[in-house]
Design a protein around this ligand. Structure first.
Ligand code: DAH
Length: 318
């Protein structure tokens, strides 16, 4: 700053001196003008340089992508520890990534839904006891925090109809947070995560579905797996199956130790029809399973309650 002030004073002096040109003899004016001008240019250049140096020092570039506080000049506010993704979110990303590589689109589920998408659109008969099996919470307005990601099936079937017409195929997975009003223990949470899969084409079959599921679980656990199915019941699939994998040795499993990982089946014609898809032209399969259980097996966790506990010691393990 001081330097700039001095340079500006000097510029004033030069300008005052330049005014004396009129007092000079005509033949001396040209030379005088050249000299004065050279001095003036020199000083102007130095002022510009000094101003630029000032800018460089006083205006540090800020990182607009930085987290809160990092751009402030108060070291005591700097975060001392970086946060990290919750293990369930990080694993959910891995899950979606595997399906995306297989050609599936990802559509996120919602956290508040209604009776129609929870039950009617999934072919649950009105007043059917199967509706009670889902232990749904309800808001005072009668809305439902979804008890499974299947609530999204109807929306996905409708949303992708144009693509189905154009490509003859629809392949979507739906990760989501789900809620059930049940007693909490080491293997049950009121809040957990699921991932739904929906596939529709003219000629798909159960064998393809089992192939996709095997591929997914083998990618997720990074090894070959033994799989098994057993009959299941869901109003929105016919036939319905439960899909099991043999707990891998590397994850503490013994031979014949099968774990149920998800429910699946061929999409019921009524579900397709309700979404405006002709079941005589198209077939589909769908599946849905818990993410928490998937992740617990991968990391050898014995209690699902850790996930929602907010326990930093637990979270720091990841
Ligand atoms: N929504 C079922 C549940 O949470 C799981 C399920 C079963 C999803 C069969 C599906 C399916 O898409 O086809 O218990």
């Amino acid at each position: 700053m001081v330097e700039i002030e001095q340079l500006k004073q000097e510029l004033k002096r030069i300008n005052a001196e330049a005014a004396r040109i009129r007092e000079l003899a005509v033949e001396k004016r040209a030379e005088f003008g050249r000299q004065i001008n050279a001095k003036r240019q020199e000083v102007l250049k130095n002022i510009a340089l000094a101003e630029k140096a000032l800018l460089d020092v006083e205006v540090e570039p800020i990182d607009v992508t930085a987290w809160s506080g990092i751009n402030e000049k108060m070291p005591e506010f700097y975060p001392t520890e970086m946060g990290s993704s919750h293990p369930l979110m990080a694993e959910m990303e891995r899950v979606c990534d595997i399906y995306q590589r297989m050609g599936f689109d990802v559509v996120e589920a919602r956290q508040l839904d209604d009776e129609f998408h929870m039950f009617d659109a999934l072919n649950f008969p009105k007043e059917h006891p199967a509706r009670d099996g889902y232990d749904t919470f309800r808001t005072e307005e009668g809305l439902i925090p979804p008890a499974h990601t299947s609530t999204m099936q109807h929306r996905v079937l409708k949303q992708y109809q144009k693509q189905l017409d154009e490509t003859g195929r629809l392949a979507v997975v739906v990760p989501g947070r789900v809620y059930r009003n049940e007693d909490v223990d080491a293997t049950h949470e009121h809040t957990f995560y699921q991932c739904e899969g929906v596939y529709v084409s003219k000629d798909c079959n159960m064998g393809q579905m089992l192939g996709i599921l095997r591929e997914f679980f083998e990618k997720y656990y990074e090894q070959k797996l033994n799989i098994r199915t057993q009959p299941g019941y869901f109003p929105f699939t016919e036939p319905s199956l439960e899909f099991l994998i043999e707990k891998p040795k590397s994850l503490g499993g013994k031979k014949g130790d099968y774990l149920e990982m998800l429910g699946c089946g061929m999409i019921h014609p009524n579900v397709l029809k309700m979404a405006g898809i002709d079941p005589n032209e198209y077939h589909g399969f769908a599946w849905g399973g818990g993410i928490d259980r998937l992740v617990m097996l991968r990391f050898g966790l014995s209690d699902v309650r850790y996930f929602e506990s907010g326990n930093l010691n637990f979270l720091r393990e990841f």
